[in-house]
Design a protein around this ligand. Structure first.
Ligand code: GLA
Ligand code: ZN
Length: 676
């Protein structure tokens, strides 16, 4: 299979919007060259241009674009157009349009809203994909297939319903087994025929979970249908689809299995609050999603979209401050991206993205500030080409599990308003990001062998099998950290019997009896036990959820400071096999999580990108190429900072100048240094 040799630099390009404007496409290609742009993502929403009426194809304009790209030595990322369906198709075949939960079929509008089950849609998609694969599948400029666009959402039509019932039949075999798995005697919801099973009965956790699993499976199946002609006719070219970070609808671990390369569309809203905390939070969120996307395949990923300027769908989106465009691009690379791509190369003239940032603005030349920043980063990236393919080794894994999230978010709990699954996982990722410790973001069924430390924040659902794997990890010498909410339910959403945390009870050495739920702004406190500090000092604030935990072999490291549970364990440690298992029983402030996880980082001797520590809002990440470390230093502050490189010697990977000692980074500045 082909792998691109250079870093991909470019983005979404929609020349079919400009066919009536002579000269525009000529200008674009000249500007691409000027900006060192080597990649265009083509045809993402071009179905109506490629197949203006059923079965009549027009590839003339696309042939011409391919020819130009080839003359200029550019890569084409060719999309299949299924993300946006043409009017003729949507109106002639109503079944391709989604049905909403109330049973009403969508009118033809917008995009990303086709039924994943419809045989007509699948057949029409396969037909256009076959045409594309035949025509361009072996074109020398074709680098990658971009399947559809940002898959998402659910359809509640009869076709989807029938497929769901079949999927359940295959999974459970008998209705008795399904009724048992869902605890259906509750409220008299026992099913006595498969076709009684409707979609989301949000009171039935197992059904909600299976519905989301099914929709994920249906998306995978839809992708298999899309790629069938592509795999057959263009077997050398890898396949991707653009993911969206922690997007809730589908389990990306399953989707990733259908792809050769993963990529995502990163849209942090930079500068929308003028505080360092906002900027840092935007950077943290982006970093986490980069790491998650990379870990899906445990190899370099692609940044498929990002804005070179403003977005136009957030409440307010300020201009990117000078340096920010480069900083955001290098941040993706620091976490394992082998591309920096933008949405969009040329700004559309009409419709709802006419005021979304683009490399080439309506003025149509290379004189804009944004264009110049794009061109300057393009020149830099040409010098950083050896980053491509480099590894991002991590000894720490943080679990972000779609299924556990789904069941947790759908469960009716005493703290419904204060669930915050994604933020809880982020809070346990943050101290590593701040310290420049590389992290893999895994799911609960991932292989744990590469890691010394695994953090399982709010892992509400733990099957016997997951419990056994986490236990074996500790047994072999790993360090596991669990938090409040651990193992409350099994894989069909049924509560753990015989004492939480069920399959992890021996490993953690605790029984979790109950938990207190506190409304905002109530707080309780957590204090370290004398002589057992584990990095903790003073009193920490706890909020929202506080478990009452009975040690069964575990040692108590910190206790609650108030309420009727004062003096009871808030942080425990169990030595189990050759390893250690810690349990954090309450949602504590960031200072607690930071102090404790930094302590573990030190104790486990986890590699930090910069040993002497980092200033606030400065991130450091390492990629390793042929045994050589490339250090990315990223300043997310609107002011210059100084980073102490300790005793190490580096060369700047762009300028080759020697760098050591104290290095200053400009406001929103970023450097890539090769370790000598
Ligand atoms: C998404 C889509 C693009 C475009 C951008 C705008 O990521 O994939 O087509 O709409 O958003 O930010
Ligand atoms: Zn449907």
């Amino acid at each position: 299979m082909k792998t691109p040799k250079a870093l991909l630099y470019g983005g979404d390009y929609n020349p079919d919007q400009w066919l009536a404007y002579p000269g525009v496409i000529d200008t674009d290609f000249k500007l691409f060259e000027q900006a060192h742009i080597n990649t265009i993502s083509l045809g993402i929403f071009s179905w109506a241009s490629l197949e203006p009426e059923e079965g009549r194809y027009d590839f003339g304009w696309m042939d011409a674009i391919f020819a130009r790209a080839q003359r200029q030595g550019m890569n084409v990322i060719l999309a299949t157009p299924s993300g946006g369906k043409p009017n003729w198709l949507a109106l002639k075949y109503p079944e391709v349009r989604r049905v909403n939960p109330e049973g009403v079929r969508d009118p033809q509008k917008a995009r990303h809203n086709h039924c994943l089950t419809s045989p007509v849609y699948r057949q029409k998609v396969r037909a256009i994909n076959e045409q594309l694969a035949r025509r361009y599948g072996n074109h020398p400029s074709l680098a990658l297939w971009h399947i559809s666009n940002e898959y998402g959402g659910y359809c509640y039509c009869d076709l989807c319903l029938g497929a769901f019932q079949d999927w359940l039949k295959a999974k459970y075999g008998t209705l008795d087994a399904l009724n048992e798995a869902y605890w259906c005697r509750f409220w008299s919801h026992t099913y006595t025929a498969w076709d009684q099973i409707r979609f989301i009965d949000s009171g039935v956790g197992g059904l909600v979970l299976d519905w989301k699993r099914f929709m994920t499976a249906q998306c995978c199946d839809f992708i298999r249908n899309e790629v069938e002609p592509i795999r057959r006719l263009s077997p050398e070219t890898p396949v991707t689809t653009n993911l969206m970070g922690t997007f809730p609808d589908y389990d990306y671990w399953q989707i990733a299995k259908e792809l050769d390369v993963v990529c995502w569309d990163a849209y942090p809203v930079w500068h929308s609050e003028e505080t360092a905390a906002h900027e840092s939070n935007a950077a943290l969120n982006a970093a986490f999603r980069h790491d998650l996307t990379r870990t899906l395949k445990r190899k370099p990923f692609l940044l498929m979209e990002s804005t070179p300027s403003q977005i136009n769908w957030a409440p307010v989106s300020p201009l990117l401050r000078p340096g920010m465009l480069r900083l955001a691009g290098l941040q993706a690379m620091a976490h394992g991206a082998d591309s920096v791509c933008y949405f969009q190369l040329r700004k559309s003239r009409g419709s709802c993205e006419q005021f979304h940032g683009a490399v080439i603005d309506h003025v149509g030349n290379g004189e804009t500030r944004v264009f110049k920043e794009v061109a300057s980063l393009g020149a830099s990236l040409e010098k950083l080409g050896n980053v491509v393919g480099s590894a991002t080794p991590s000894k720490v894994a943080v679990i972000f599990d779609w299924e556990a999230r789904w069941i947790f978010e759908s469960a009716a709990l005493p703290m419904n308003q204060e669930k915050h699954y994604v933020d809880t996982v982020l809070a346990h990722y943050k101290p590593f990001w701040e310290a420049g410790v590389s992290v893999d973001v895994i799911n609960a069924s991932a292989d744990l062998a590469p890691y010394d430390l695994v953090i399982a924040p709010l892992l509400f659902m733990v099957s016997e099998e997951t419990g056994a794997r986490l236990s074996a990890f500790v047994q072999r010498g790993g360090t596991l950290v669990t938090t409040y909410g651990i193992a409350a339910v099994n894989e069909t959403g049924l509560a753990t019997l015989g004492g939480v945390p069920g399959p992890l009870r021996k490993t953690l050495g605790v029984w979790i009896e109950e938990f207190d739920a506190l409304p905002e702004p109530s707080r309780r406190h957590v204090v370290a036990e004398a002589g057992k500090a584990h990095g903790l000092s003073g009193s920490y604030e706890a909020r929202h959820i506080l478990e009452i935990v009975h040690p069964e072999g575990a040692e108590t490291l910190a206790v609650y400071g108030d309420d009727f549970y004062a003096g009871q364990p808030a942080l425990t440690l169990n030595r189990f096999g050759k390893g250690r298992a810690y349990h954090i029983a309450s949602r504590n402030d960031d200072r607690f999580t930071g102090d404790f996880l930094r302590f573990l980082t030190g104790e486990l001797n986890l590699p930090c990108a910069v040993a002497s520590g980092l200033p606030r809002n400065v991130s450091a990440q390492v990629r390793v190429q042929n045994g050589r470390n490339l250090l990315f230093l990223l300043n997310f502050n609107g002011e210059p900072v100084e980073v102490d490189l300790g005793g190490k010697k580096y060369t700047d990977a762009e300028t080759q100048e020697a760098v050591a000692g104290k290095l200053s980074l400009a406001a929103y500045g970023s450097r890539v240094l090769a370790e000598a």
